[in-house]
Ligand binder design. Structure first.
Ligand SMILES: [Zn+2]
Length: 680
């Protein structure tokens, strides 16, 4: 997993793609056709008290009437807008491109339609079977020792076939203008160490199902290996237990260990690093490793593991990585385990929908270029810029008033705030994808060619200055992020749609939604992680020891508060893992609230709408963004692996921390009035 970017919610990041050209003409506002209500009263369940369960109150009826579709693991504002964007807008673009006869090789139209057609051509896919991955499998089978295998792993990594470590190029945290080479832990099929060590019955069941899944996949591939499932689970469990825990990966100082390249060989002499890096296409004198102990332990693990087990492990990752692009029995089985067992999803999406998702994921930027040309009004950029400036000035005022921070640290914090940059909508320049070879009947190869293009695009940055204009997310993504090494916040075009940003809504609703989101991303610059970076995006401590201590104490309070929340039987929020996101939610809401108040200074206060004061509507705006139904499996996955608290608790845990919420709904004297934490 590449580090650095901090996201608004759980969505997979895309690494960027493309170059050159501008986009415009005939732009319609994103929702020109029909007005979206600011806040639909029928979503409210008035039998629930807002001070006791605000999510239940604001969203209760919505939840009752919007069950999770059988093809989804969760269903809420993000999921709905994402599906709508894909199924209407992205699909519309693809369908239009499909009418073009003989698009120029390498053009967006050719890349997108070629990939789409290869995905939809199930006859060819069935006919080819696993042939496209056989050469790689044969290569793995042919290696004689772990040295040869590690060398081969360098080649496999380029094709996104995971091994026990991942190497990538990103901005150097201590010299943010330059790109450096990072090396981190990797290679777990089940996403997180928790899935291997947690003894809850739900986790034990998933592990048992995983063994069956691997066995079945090997058998379908016709690969004759004894007990592959037990073998993989056994090896990956050992691997998991030497890895840092997810919350430890959130400590940027702990995971920054710059060492001479030659030291890799001292730490893990059994791994032929030179060969790995050579085959991966990188050469370097220094590398920043996450954890030296991991390398020592990995060396022991590799030494003590029979070569046949290691080969089975790599063959499994090859098969699993490309399973969705193989004949339907492979993607059905993969769906069964990775969607049904892991996330409680009952039914696979129709193939056409999966094809759109697959193109969108792999060719997100070429598609995004067409998406913004058609749907993103330039005027949105100015509107969002103004909102950001407004939030920033409120943030600055609030820093002045903080009682827990001394004047020298306040000065530094404000300096960092003033240096904040932002991106809105889509990249200024698009990368050039035209060299990718995409053919109508070679799905697996198409995907590999895209992976290789991405890989080359990444490695050529090594040792070079950082291109600060690059994007880490495609414009059609419903999400936002903070990139600490750029000291920037980024808002893709697609999040600037209702219910996040609704041109037809009253200000209070928008301040609770998009302004809260902007405040959230800005606060990431000052959460427990972000606060360790300065205004230039460098990891360097600008805090006085006393202020550091005060900040840590506030974080500790947050951690304890969230850690006490049980989200489903046997699973609580991990206050350490979610600390940064929880700080950002509280900060974002607070900033949004005071930005709204500031916008009303010297004006007549708005009249209540539908019986709600503007302050109340502000909180309804936030609740509307975070309403979501989730399967129990998805919920368990989220608290085990993700840095974001589940949506329900982004409402119900955060709001009661604010006096402003308690005042707005008259919660004085109730449980919601008990805890108060003010950080920013
Ligand atoms: Zn966030």
């Amino acid at each position: 997993m590449k580090k650095h970017l901090v996201f608004l919610t759980i969505t997979l990041p895309l690494m960027t793609l493309l170059l050159s050209t501008s986009c415009n003409n005939n732009k319609k506002p994103m929702n020109a056709q029909n007005k979206v209500p600011a806040f639909d009263l029928t979503t409210i369940d008035s039998t629930i008290k807002p001070c006791v369960d605000f999510d239940g109150y604001a969203n209760g009826n919505w939840k009752k009437h919007n069950p999770i579709p059988s093809t989804e693991g969760s269903w809420g504002s993000f999921d709905i807008l994402d599906k709508e964007t894909r199924e209407v807008k992205i699909k519309g673009i693809v369908n239009e491109l499909l009418t073009e006869k003989n698009p120029v090789k390498g053009s967006e139209a050719q890349l997108i339609t070629g990939f789409y057609r290869s995905y939809m051509d199930t006859v060819t896919i069935a006919k080819r079977g696993i042939t496209p991955i056989v050469p790689l499998s044969d290569k793995i089978v042919a290696v004689k020792n772990s040295t040869e295998l590690i060398a081969l792993a360098g080649e496999l990594s380029k094709l996104t076939i995971d091994g026990p470590f991942s190497v990538y190029v990103a901005a150097d945290d201590r010299k943010s203008t330059m790109n450096a080479i990072f090396q981190g832990q990797s290679g777990l099929s089940l996403e997180d160490r928790n899935y291997y060590e947690n003894q809850d019955s739900a986790m034990i069941r998933i592990r048992a199902e995983f063994v069956k899944h691997v066995d079945k996949m090997f058998s379908m591939a016709g690969w004759n290996v004894t007990d592959p499932g037990k073998t993989i689970l056994g090896f990956e469990t050992k691997l998991a237990l030497i890895q840092l825990k997810n919350f430890e990966l959130r400590d940027p100082v702990k995971i920054y260990n710059k060492i001479p390249f030659s030291e890799l060989q001292n730490l893990a002499p059994g791994i032929n690093w030179k060969e790995y890096y050579k085959n991966y296409g990188l050469q370097t004198d220094t590398v920043i490793v996450q954890d030296k102990n991991y390398l020592k332990n990995l060396d022991q693990l590799v030494k003590s593991t029979p070569i046949d087990v290691l080969k089975t492990y790599f063959r499994w990752h090859l098969l699993s990585t490309y399973a969705n692009l193989l004949p339907s029995e492979f993607n059905k089985e993969t769906f069964h385990f990775f969607s049904t067992v892991m996330f409680g999803v009952k039914q696979q999406r129709p193939r056409e929908e999966r094809a759109i998702m697959s193109v969108n994921r792999r060719l997100g930027m070429p598609l995004g270029k067409l998406f913004v040309a058609k749907y993103f009004p330039e005027t949105s950029k100015k509107k969002v810029s103004d909102m950001i400036l407004n939030v920033r000035s409120v943030y600055s005022d609030r820093i002045d008033k903080l009682t827990w921070m001394s004047a020298p640290t306040k000065e530094k914090a404000k300096k960092k705030l003033a240096a904040f940059t932002w991106k809105i909508g889509y990249p200024d320049k698009w990368k050039d994808y035209s060299t990718i070879d995409i053919q109508n009947d070679k799905l697996v190869e198409n995907s590999m060619n895209i992976a290789l293009w991405e890989h080359n695009d990444m490695i050529k940055k090594a040792g070079k200055p950082v291109d600060k204009s690059e994007w880490g997310m495609s414009p059609q993504t419903i999400n936002a992020y903070n990139n600490p090494t750029n000291n920037e916040i980024v808002f893709p075009a697609a999040i600037l749609q209702p219910p996040f940003f609704n041109a037809d809504a009253d200000d209070a609703i928008n301040y609770g939604a998009i302004i809260g989101v902007i405040g959230h991303e800005m606060t990431h610059g000052f959460d427990d992680q972000g606060a360790q970076y300065d205004g230039n995006g460098n990891l360097s401590n600008w805090w006085t020891p006393e202020d550091s201590k005060n900040f840590a104490a506030l974080g500790q309070k947050m951690q304890e508060y969230y850690s006490a929340i049980e989200v489903t039987k046997g699973f609580k929020i991990d206050g350490k893992l979610t600390l940064g996101e929880n700080i950002a939610d509280l900060g974002g809401l607070t900033l949004g609230y005071y930005a709204l108040e500031k916008s009303l200074e010297g004006k007549t206060k708005p009249e209540p709408i539908d019986g709600f004061t503007y302050q109340q509507r502000f909180f309804l705006g936030w609740a509307q963004v975070w309403r979501e139904n989730m399967t129990n499996e998805s919920l368990i996955n989220q608290v085990q692996t993700n840095e974001h608290s589940p949506a329900r608790w982004r409402i119900n845990a955060t709001l009661p921390l604010m006096k402003e919420f308690s005042d707005a709904f008259g919660c004085k004297g109730t449980a919601a009035d008990n805890v108060r934490i003010v950080i920013w």
